[in-house]
Design a protein around this ligand. Structure first.
Ligand code: ADP
Length: 477
């Protein structure tokens, strides 16, 4: 069994709080331990990050040099692709193919931000006669990264990759349920030339290490991905010190299927968007809104797909793996109970020889679901798809926008004018037309509106989030 410590200032640091076990969601068995970091380790990590910026080699690096380090990290991840895939699959309980995609995405994030690091240019602004005004993009300083258990490798890549590209020194707090890939890659980064202290990782509980990090007086920015409840705490902690934060929270994302859609193209993607990572995905397409005239036909075909889905441990590499833990299982059971008044159109099946100790749930398709039903309003974070009929475009938009969330949306129609009209009216940070797949889009700015959060991660936009513009106005006469 591997024992991981915190990584602070390039050193392995055990935590005063001891250790706790990391269990594989497939069978509940411990396979590693991590440090139970808390305030003492967070204090050390933030101090190390500050030193790296102000007195260490890191603060002296040019953008090009940081880009080269990120490029070497991308290569190192590719070289260790299969080992990292195995670790991510076991840690998160993901089917191996899905974990492999995550590691590929991690390498792509690092590659993208390696190339972007020295291509962020500030403006030159016309002003009064005799003045030259320019803007330079500066890093925030020490950035805190608090990330969840569902996509640790990918979220590490998009968040830490962009922050380092801009020259921030990072303190990362992975989730208590999964995040070993972050520890591995942070250690690999040292061999790729990232100076000690530029990236520190403190594992631990949310209320201990996470809260200590969010409340630390010497951090300059917080990047948070997780639940709306904790996101609100993070924003309050940031407000206490008037620092900025990006919050990528949950979603109740809808895919709108009009009668003229290409169903053959749409249906596999609609099914995949809710079963990926057993539905434990912020951008899961958890509602499918279907024009009434084709509702029966589309749900019948979707039902057929759901019945073919199989659930099993990560190493069987089926359609769905286990849920991450018992709390998730209880949460999903509550929604299944709430759905007892609805018609269950189809469900998948678990393989017969499931390991004891894992938490498994079958993917389920319900419909027609009234738009105000909890299944159509609340984030389940599990493989449950609510099918909702609509009469016309205006009603489809109203239903799609009629939740507290606004992360991603999908529109399926062959009508070009409608594609743009609907996309513009949907309240979401990302809208896909005749497609859906926030996970894979390294280059695509991603984030929410309303209760899904604010700020944008991914793509070039994240570089602006992880920096601030300084305006320099020179009176040269
Ligand atoms: P999820 O529902 O996906 O578990 P959470 O919002 O609970 O999402 O967790 C996301 C991240 O936030 C994890 O790293 C977790 O440890 C951390 N976290 C949880 N509670 C707090 C808190 N009170 N302060 C700071 N971080 C927290």
């Amino acid at each position: 069994m591997r024992h991981y410590t915190c990584l602070i200032d390039g050193e392995d640091v055990p935590a005063e709080g001891g250790r706790f076990a990391m269990c594989c969601p497939s069978d509940g068995k411990p396979f590693a331990t991590v440090a139970r970091g808390g305030k003492p380790e967070i204090d050390l990590a933030v101090a190390a990050a500050r030193r790296a910026l102000e007195h260490g080699a890191y603060g002296e690096m040019t953008a090009t040099e940081r880009g080269r380090v990120l490029s070497r990290m991308a290569e190192a991840v590719r070289d260790r692709h299969s080992a990292l895939t195995e670790l991510e699959a076991m840690d998160c309980g993901k089917p191996t193919r899905q974990a492999a995609t995550d590691i590929t995405c991690l390498a792509r994030y690092l590659e993208f931000y390696s190339g972007a690091a020295d291509k962020v240019h500030g403006p030159q602004i016309p002003f009064l006669k005799g003045w030259l005004v320019t803007g330079i993009r500066e890093p925030h300083g020490v950035t805190a990264h608090i990330i969840p258990w569902n996509y640790p490798a990918q979220i590490f890549g998009r968040s830490v990759g962009a922050a380092i590209a801009m020259g921030n020194a990072c303190v990362l707090k992975p989730a208590e349920d999964a995040g070993l890939s972050c520890l591995e890659v942070a250690r690999m980064a040292l061999d790729c030339g990232l100076p000690p202290g530029a990236l520190n990782v403190v594992t631990g509980m949310g209320e201990e290490a996470g809260a200590a990090l969010a409340a630390h007086p010497d951090i300059d920015f917080i990047s948070f991905t997780g639940s709306p409840e904790v996101g609100t705490l993070i924003q309050k902690a940031a407000a206490e010190r008037t620092i900025g934060c990006t919050l990528e929270l949950g979603g109740k994302s809808a895919q709108l299927v009009f009668a003229d859609a290409d169903f053959d193209a749409a249906l596999p993607i609609i099914a995949n968007a809710i079963i990926q990572n057993a539905g434990q995905t912020c951008s899961a397409g958890s509602r499918v809104l279907i024009e009434r005239s084709v509702f029966a036909a589309v749900t019948a075909e979707l039902a057929e797909r759901f019945r073919a889905l199989r659930v099993g441990p990560h190493d069987r590499d089926l359609d769905l793996g286990p849920l991450i833990n018992r709390q998730q299982e209880a949460r999903i059971e509550r929604f299944v109970e709430l759905a007892s008044d609805l018609e269950l159109l189809a469900e998948g099946s678990c393989i017969p020889d499931l390991p004891v100790g894992g938490c498994y749930t079958k993917p389920r398709l319900y419909g027609p679901v009234p738009p105000d039903h909890p299944l159509a309003q609340e984030e389940v974070f599990g493989p449950i798809l609510a099918a909702i009929p609509f009469e016309c475009e205006a009603e489809a938009i109203a239903i799609a926008n009629g939740t507290a969330y606004g992360l991603v949306a999908g529109v399926w129609t062959r009508d070009g004018a409608r594609q743009l009209r609907v996309a513009r009216r949907l309240e979401a940070g990302q809208v896909f037309v005749n497609g859906y797949g926030a996970g894979g889009g390294i280059e695509l700015p991603f984030g929410g509106v309303k209760r899904s959060g604010h700020g944008r991660e991914k793509g070039f936009e994240a570089l602006y989030e992880f920096s601030q513009l300084k305006t320099i106005a020179i009176n040269h006469g």
